[in-house]
Ligand binder design. Structure first.
Ligand SMILES: [Zn+2]
Length: 418
C-alpha cells in the first residue's frame, strides 16, 4: 500500500516537474494592414492562448507592425484558418518549436574544458562562475550581493575596474526577461573580455583604469531557471503574491516611473503584468536600491534584452523627447554603426516609444529620471528568424558586435566632463 502510494506521488511529482514540450507548436508572423485587422488580432488574443514574442503583448499591436506569436500545436490549425478567413496574410516562422529548442544548443560540445562563453549556461554554472572569476581576478573584479529573488536566491553584482572611490561608473544588467538567453550570455562575455583584454587592449585598459562597471549577469534568476527547467518561453519573475492563480510580474514594467499607466497590465495573467505596486518585486528593488545608492558615480545605465536588434533610449512612457535627445540619438547612431561594421547587422535606434511602442515602468526610463543621462536598452539579435531561440553558434558574433557598442559608449562617457 505504502509503496503504491509512494509510486503515485512520484508519478505526480514527475508529471509536474518535467519541462513543457512544444512539439509542432508554431510561431506565426502577421502584419495587420488596417484597424479591422488590428482589432481582429486583439480579439483573437483574448480567445486563444497566444504567447506574444513581438511585441510583448497584444495591447501593443498597431497597423503595419510585424507581430510574432507562438501558439500550441492544438490551436495552430484554428488560428491558421481564422487568419485565412479574415484575409490576414501570415508567415509561419517556426513549424515545430520543440525542434528549434533542441537545435538552439548547437555549440561545440567538445570545447568544454572549463567555462564556455559560447554556450548558454544554466544558473548554477553562472553563479559558480561569478564567485570564481572574482576570486581569480581579485585586483580587477569583486562580487557583491545586491538582494534576493522572490524564491530567495542571491542576486550577484560584479564590479569591474581599478577605480576606487567616487569615480565614474556604468551599470549594466542582463536577464530581466527570463527567455532572452542571449542577454545573460552577453554579460558573461563582457566580463570575460574585460579581464582578457585589460593590459593588452589600450582602449579597454584606459576604460577600466578610469571607471567601474557594475554588472548584474542575471536579474531574474528564478525566471531564468524556470525557462531552463519548465517553460522555455517564460518571461516574468516567479512571484505569486497576486490573488489570482497566475504567477509572475514583468520586472520591466515594475519600476517606479509612470508605473501602471501606458501599456502595462494590472492583470496578473498578462505577460506585461506590472505588479501590485512600483518595486513590489525583490528583483526590481535590488537593482533600484543599488543604483539609488550609487547615483553619484553611475553615469550610464545599460540593459540587455532580445530580440529585434535595436538600441533604444528614453522615453518609453511618453512620446516627449528628453532634453538631451540629440546627444542620445547621435550616440545610439554611432553605436549602431560600430555594430554594423563587424558583421553587417543592422540595429535600429531611437526612443522606445517611437521605435517599438510606448510602455511604462521600464528600467531605462526610471534610471534616466534618477539623473542618469545615458540610459539605453539593447535588443540583441535576431529579427525573428530564431527569436528567443538564437542558436549558440550566434553567441560569439552577437557579443562581439555589442562589445564594440558598449566600449564606444564607455569611452564617450569617460571623455566627457560629467
Ligand atoms: Zn526583454
Amino acid at each position: 500500500m505504502m509503496s503504491l502510494l509512494a509510486l503515485g506521488l512520484m508519478t505526480i511529482t514527475c508529471f509536474f516537474t518535467s519541462a513543457l514540450r512544444f512539439d509542432s507548436a508554431k510561431v506565426f508572423r502577421v502584419k495587420p494592414q488596417n484597424e479591422n485587422q488590428v482589432s481582429f488580432m486583439k480579439s483573437l488574443a483574448s480567445l486563444i492562448q497566444m504567447d506574444f514574442w513581438y511585441p510583448d503583448s497584444a495591447l501593443h499591436i498597431v497597423r503595419q507592425m510585424e507581430v510574432d506569436f507562438h501558439v500550441s500545436a492544438e490551436q495552430s490549425n484554428t488560428v491558421e484558418s481564422l487568419l485565412k478567413q479574415n484575409g490576414i496574410h501570415y508567415k509561419i516562422l517556426f513549424q515545430n518549436l520543440q525542434e528549434d529548442i533542441e537545435n538552439q544548443l548547437d555549440g561545440d560540445k567538445n570545447l568544454s574544458h572549463g567555462y564556455s562563453y559560447v554556450k548558454y549556461n544554466e544558473w548554477d554554472e553562472i553563479s559558480d562562475w561569478t564567485a570564481r572569476i572574482a576570486k581569480r581576478n581579485s585586483t580587477l573584479v569583486s562580487r557583491f550581493q545586491i538582494g534576493n529573488t522572490f524564491e530567495n536566491r542571491p542576486i550577484f553584482l560584479l564590479q569591474i575596474g581599478k577605480k576606487s572611490g567616487e569615480g565614474k561608473a556604468i551599470f549594466m544588467d542582463c536577464g530581466i526577461h527570463a527567455r532572452e538567453w542571449i542577454s545573460p550570455a552577453f554579460c558573461q562575455w563582457f566580463v570575460k573580455e574585460a579581464i582578457r583584454t585589460y593590459g593588452k587592449d589600450s582602449n579597454m585598459t584606459y576604460i577600466l583604469d578610469n571607471m567601474n562597471f557594475y554588472i548584474v549577469p542575471v536579474v531574474n534568476i528564478d525566471g531564468y531557471i524556470w525557462s531552463w527547467t519548465q517553460d522555455r518561453f517564460w518571461r516574468k519573475n516567479r512571484s505569486n503574491t497576486s490573488q489570482s492563480n497566475c504567477i509572475g510580474v514583468d520586472i520591466n514594467r515594475n519600476f517606479d516611473i509612470a508605473w501602471g499607466t501606458v501599456d502595462a497590465s494590472k492583470n496578473p495573467c498578462e505577460e506585461i503584468y506590472c505588479g501590485s505596486a512600483p518595486e513590489s518585486e525583490p528583483e526590481t528593488k535590488a537593482v533600484a536600491s543599488f543604483i539609488r545608492s550609487h547615483l553619484s558615480s553611475i553615469k550610464a545605465y545599460l540593459t540587455m534584452h532580445s530580440y529585434s536588434q535595436m538600441i533604444l533610449f528614453p522615453f518609453g512612457y511618453t512620446y516627449e523627447k528628453t532634453a538631451n535627445y540629440n546627444e542620445l540619438n547621435e550616440l545610439a547612431k554611432t553605436a549602431a554603426k560600430a555594430i554594423a561594421s563587424l558583421y553587417g547587422k543592422v540595429y535600429k535606434y531611437g526612443t522606445s516609444a517611437s521605435t517599438i511602442y510606448p510602455s511604462s515602468g521600464c528600467s531605462d526610463d526610471w534610471a534616466f529620471k534618477q539623473g542618469i543621462k545615458y540610459s539605453f536598452t539593447f535588443e540583441l539579435r535576431d529579427k525573428g528568424k530564431h527569436g528567443f531561440l538564437l542558436p549558440e553558434s550566434q553567441i560569439k558574433p552577437t557579443c562581439q558586435e555589442i562589445m564594440l557598442a558598449v566600449k564606444l559608449m564607455a569611452s564617450y562617457i569617460l571623455n566627457k566632463a560629467l
